[in-house]
Design a protein around this ligand. Structure first.
Ligand code: FMN
Length: 407
């Protein structure tokens, strides 16, 4: 990942509140040491290589982004799988595989596509499968294929995460299905406009879902406490060398890497304005330490500073695989509903990642008791996210094509 000096980002973004940028492009480029207004057409040397290498001039294009174009037009179960691969997944690992039969889709987990010590108990991996499952179900319905889902049909340690059998029915598209191609994780600034409690409650449709709750944090004092916890957890994760390494392993720093892997986190997904994005792509690729520093600063000055509210999905059975799959379905459903209503969502799971890391290494738990204080007794946090009205739209992230993940 590349970084832009934080003071420059802050100056341009003005924390996103719609203020005018205080920096002209020329001044900015000079400050960045790039100089001159011809930066994007520079013909020779390292800079033009970075233009090519990061696709600074054509963000979000190429084969790696093709799956966003064709999912609606593909009929039948292959089309439903094409919608499934557009779901959220931890670090964009896309830990799924699908088997298509005449009247069913089998959903498998790919255990090689994990984030190591960032997700020590592979909770997020299962949740990511649940996210894909929700898209799959919505896309089956839209295609007139009435789905019936069986979770873990081979038992908790069997190969299949889910079996989705279908029978013919009336096509039932809807706003959530329509939002599949527009749902993106938004890591940019959110507006200061609050979200009404009724609007937040309306984001959650728990039909067919049991064993999970969504707790909203809106009031200033608890919101500040959760913000503090998120910042502390981000710092602890960066200070843990193995977690930092496992985190960084999924950053794709060049267009070549993005097109080759078609997964992972990209500069384009960091929520920058187009100007900052183009300039940051021209800067040299940053080290892991710089990436960590950048994330910490963004967590402090943008993510927590502009969150209108936090949502936490909680459960009493956090270790149960079926619960984790179902939590993924609920998370994706909330994200799609938010998208359809113009509300941005940013997943922020560093606290639970630290809770699991402390548990997995036998350390004295510090984050679990602090998070527990903010939740009803007995409820364990599974997923955390912030919501708000976006300053700008989030960008697409790369995807492997449905054919690449169909057995
Ligand atoms: C279980 C899970 C955990 C995630 N945790 C984080 C997180 O802590 N921070 C973050 O910025 N994004 C997080 N994400 C978002 C993913 O990085 C994102 O879904 C992925 O990069 C694909 O991008 P998209 O959602 O824009 O399609 C998470 C997603 C899932 C499903």
């Amino acid at each position: 990942m590349q970084t832009v000096p934080t003071d420059v980002v802050a100056a341009i973004e003005s924390n996103g509140a719609g203020q005018k940028p205080r920096w002209s492009r020329r001044r900015l480029l000079r400050a960045l040491g790039i100089g001159g207004a011809t930066v994007v057409v520079a013909g020779t040397g390292a800079l033009s290589y970075r233009v090519y290498d990061t696709a600074a001039l054509s963000p979000g294009r190429g084969d790696a982004y093709d799956p966003w174009q064709h999912w609606r037009d593909t009929p039948g179960l292959p089309g439903a799988v094409a919608a499934a691969v557009l779901a959220a997944s931890p670090h964009n690992t896309q830990p799924w595989a699908f088997g298509i039969r005449a009247d069913a889709v089998d959903v498998f987990i790919d255990p090689t596509r994990g984030t190591g010590t960032v997700d020590g108990f592979r909770r997020e991996q299962y949740i990511g499968i649940g996210c894909a499952l929700e898209n799959l179900v919505l896309a089956c319905r839209a295609r007139g294929l009435l789905p019936e889902v069986t979770l873990l049909p081979d038992g908790p340690t069997g190969p299949r995460m889910a079996e989705v059998t279908v029978r013919a029915g009336a096509p039932a598209p809807g706003p959530l299905y329509d939002a599949i191609g527009d749902r993106h994780t938004n890591r940019g600034p959110f507006k200061a406009t609050p979200i009404a409690p009724a609007t937040l409650a309306g984001l959650v449709d728990s039909s067919g879902i049991s064993g999970l709750d969504v707790r909203w944090t809106v009031d200033p004092a608890p919101r500040a406490a959760l913000s503090r916890l998120l910042i502390d957890a981000a710092k602890a994760l960066c200070d843990d060398e193995q977690q930092s390494r496992d985190n960084f392993a999924w950053f794709r720093g060049s267009n070549d890497e993005i097109q080759r892997h078609r997964d992972g986190l990209t500069l384009g997904g960091q929520g920058f304005s187009p100007l900052v994005l183009a300039i940051s792509k021209l800067l040299p690729a940053s080290s892991r330490a710089q990436g960590d520093q950048f994330w910490l600063e963004q967590t402090t000055t943008v993510h927590t500073a502009t969150a209108a509210a936090y949502g936490v999905i909680t459960t009493r059975t956090p270790d149960d695989r079926a619960t984790q799959l179902t939590a993924g379905r609920l998370l994706e459903r909330i994200h799609l509903t938010a998208t359809s209503r113009g509300i941005a969502l940013h997943h922020m799971n560093q606290i639970t990642e630290r809770i699991d890391r402390e548990a997995g290494t036998g350390r004295v738990p510090t984050f679990a008791p602090r998070f527990a204080e903010l939740l009803p007794p007995g409820e364990h946090p599974l997923l955390t996210f912030r919501v708000g009205y976006p300053v700008r739209e989030a960008a697409r992230s790369p995807r492997r094509a449905a054919a690449q993940v169909t057995r």
